[in-house]
Design a protein around this ligand. Structure first.
Ligand SMILES: Cc1cc2nc3c(=O)[nH]c(=O)nc-3n(C[C@H](O)[C@H](O)[C@H](O)COP(=O)(O)O)c2cc1C
Length: 279
């Protein structure tokens, strides 16, 4: 079923932001912050201060920074990445949340693959060797299955059967299957790979940044509008990674229109004119 934009807009549920906010008003909660150490988590206090943290201080290691960053840079979208080995004999599926879209012309995506002491991740090995993969957006309906795909299975052992997800070998520009349950998937080819050098262990690669170019999109027809330029959030039901074992659903959406400088200056000039008139 293909929906027109107006139908999608009608089913699109979101609430409007604080409508009394005006330019210059700043934060709606002022400078107060919530303290995680307070006995009542939502208690607000005027005594909170910011603490400067040097990521390279002697008291910290890279795991401290890892835990801090995955909880602070959140929510992060999750790419459930499907790959095949270079010899075509094994398939792999794993979730990655060091992921985002960074450009649309051409459609460009980034993924950060860690390089733990146990060795490069299977997905990275396959992406590096075959220069291709499928990125599947994770929805609420198969969050548990996507999480199950993060199992540390040995190289060559497929996670697909452990997740119960369906491999659809329909891709047109890559050999890997896409996740049939995913509302939106992207066939992608490697544009470039950048090594990230460890500062904690000089001479060691801590991770790889892979830049991918999207070559095909697969969108479920009931979630896509007629113009093929919009995915309905109620159907996509995207989930995000919040650090550790925490995920977030996107059930509470807020709609805020983007400001236009033209309107801002016109209103300001209007105010000034009004004042000048009175003077
Ligand atoms: C929600 C989630 C997000 C993850 N994001 C990343 C990531 O961005 N980079 C990474 O190296 N590992 C990430 N992991 C861990 C990998 O999924 C895990 O190491 C997995 O075993 C890798 O599988 P593979 O070796 O088959 O590629 C994530 C795990 C989960 C559950």
């Amino acid at each position: 079923m293909i929906l027109s934009t107006s139908t999608l807009t009608r089913v699109h549920e979101s609430r409007h932001s604080n409508s009394s906010w005006k330019h210059g008003h700043g934060s709606t909660t002022h400078l107060f912050t919530t303290s995680v150490s307070s006995t009542t988590p939502n208690e607000k206090t005027e005594t909170n201060n910011h603490i400067s943290i040097n990521p390279h201080s002697k008291e910290r290691n890279s795991w401290d920074n890892y835990r801090l960053l995955i909880s602070a840079i959140a929510p992060r979208p999750i790419a459930l990445i499907s790959t095949v080995s270079a010899d075509g004999k094994s398939v792999n599926l794993a979730p990655y949340s060091y992921f985002n879209v960074i450009a649309h012309d051409p459609p460009t995506f980034v993924v950060g693959f860690g390089n733990p002491p146990t060795g490069a991740k299977d997905s990275f090995i396959n992406v590096r060797d075959t220069r291709q993969c499928v990125i599947n957006v994770v929805s609420e309906d198969f969050l548990e299955a996507a999480n199950a795909a993060s199992i540390d299975a040995p190289y060559g052992m497929s996670e697909w059967s452990m997740t119960g997800l369906t491999a659809d070998y329909c891709c047109e520009t890559v050999r890997a299957p896409r996740v049939k349950e995913s509302i939106f998937s992207i066939e992608a080819r490697v544009e470039s790979v950048k090594e990230i050098q460890s500062k904690e262990h000089p001479g060691r690669i801590s991770s790889w940044l892979v830049i991918l170019e999207g070559t095909r999109f697969w969108a479920r027809d009931d979630a896509l509008n007629e113009e093929q330029d919009y995915i309905c959030p109620e159907i996509l039901k995207p989930v995000a990674s919040m650090g550790g074992a925490l995920y977030s659903k996107t059930t509470d959406r807020v709609e805020i229109q983007r400001p236009q400088y033209k309107n801002y200056t016109e209103r300001k000039v209007g105010n000034v004119d009004h004042l000048i008139g009175r003077i």
